[in-house]
Design a protein around this ligand. Sequence first.
Ligand SMILES: Cc1cc2nc3c(=O)[nH]c(=O)nc-3n(C[C@H](O)[C@H](O)[C@H](O)COP(=O)(O)OP(=O)(O)OC[C@H]3O[C@@H](n4cnc5c(N)ncnc54)[C@H](O)[C@@H]3O)c2cc1C
Length: 341
Amino acid sequence: MLNRNFDLEIKSNHSLEKLNTFGLDVASESFFIVKDLKDLRNILLKNKNKKITVLGGGSNILFTKFLDGLCLKIDLKGIDIVEENEKNVIVNVMAGENWNDFVEWSVNNGFGGIENLSLIPGLVGAAPIQNIGAYGVELKDVFVSCNTININDQTEKEFDEKSCLFGYRTSRFKTTDKNIYIITSVKVRLTKEKHKYNISYGTVKEEIGNREINLKSISKAVIKIRKSKLPNTDLIGNCGSFFKNPVINELKYLQLKKKFPSISVFKVKKNEYKVSAAWLIEFLKYKGKSFGNVGVYKNQALVLVNLGGATGKEVLSLANKIISEVYSTFKLSLQPEVEIL
Ligand SMILES: Cc1cc2nc3c(=O)[nH]c(=O)nc-3n(C[C@H](O)[C@H](O)[C@H](O)COP(=O)(O)OP(=O)(O)OC[C@H]3O[C@@H](n4cnc5c(N)ncnc54)[C@H](O)[C@@H]3O)c2cc1C
């Protein structure tokens, strides 16, 4: 058996500038690209006392300082159909696959369920962390299970949909079990026929227009809408929505509505409402404004942008300014969706 020397493969003081979509110029103390599971187990064993940071596509992380410890960039590849019947397929996707490439693969194969999640940046392994969602669909709607490796003892564990504790942009991996598990693969159930098309959210229906409603036309429409609203991360550093929409009860909703009649609020279920964080930020006149090297995107108030040469601290300082002003005006606590390191 090949006895590989992992110390040789670990890079020191490695720049992460090209590995985070904010384009922030930070480095990690040590860095390793995980290409297979055996390597992952070995590297965890050999670095037991080090702080471990898992990195996917870096599209939901704000680096505010030098990253101590070992950064593991997940690059595990593979897409396999592991079960199939007349109606469904169950697909196992390795954590290092690009999420949008997987969506494209599904749509091209005629498998339905994730077409509304087209063009979300990042890797498959990060998708369960915040239960990615867009245009009325969330990962949890198709999720079967994920395989993980425990960072502390290298044991493997599979979590089914229920045990992941998915919620709005959250899961056990972002809350109770934060920094404990590395997701190595994800299984999803996709439809082969009788697809449940969801075109009621946003302007998807209008974008499809007279064209036939199918997986490809929905995916195309979502991509077009997203491109018109969100900045291209290759051109403008950003992490998509920086904040989550605050969730409130009916009493708070009625109080806000009285004071701010035009406030944008969606009913989620009985006694649960979601306030549009974008509306709150726009109301406070932040949309399109710049503050030195950082700013709020002109087409979407939820997106904070690196205008060039920004540091993570500058982005964080703008985020905190917005959080504080939203609180003093509306008595609402804005929570970042982005992981701040
Ligand atoms: C332009 C833009 C638009 C976006 N639109 C959406 C959207 O519509 N909906 C949405 O939900 N999100 C959206 N996002 C956010 C982002 O794309 C998702 O959160 C995505 O899942 C992050 O994937 P990533 O691989 O880049 O994760 P990273 O940013 O690398 O990591 C995010 C977090 O997950 C952890 N992590 C990553 N991989 C693993 C793993 N294998 N095991 C354990 N932990 C891991 C990291 O440590 C970190 O805490 C958008 C981002 C951008 C830039």
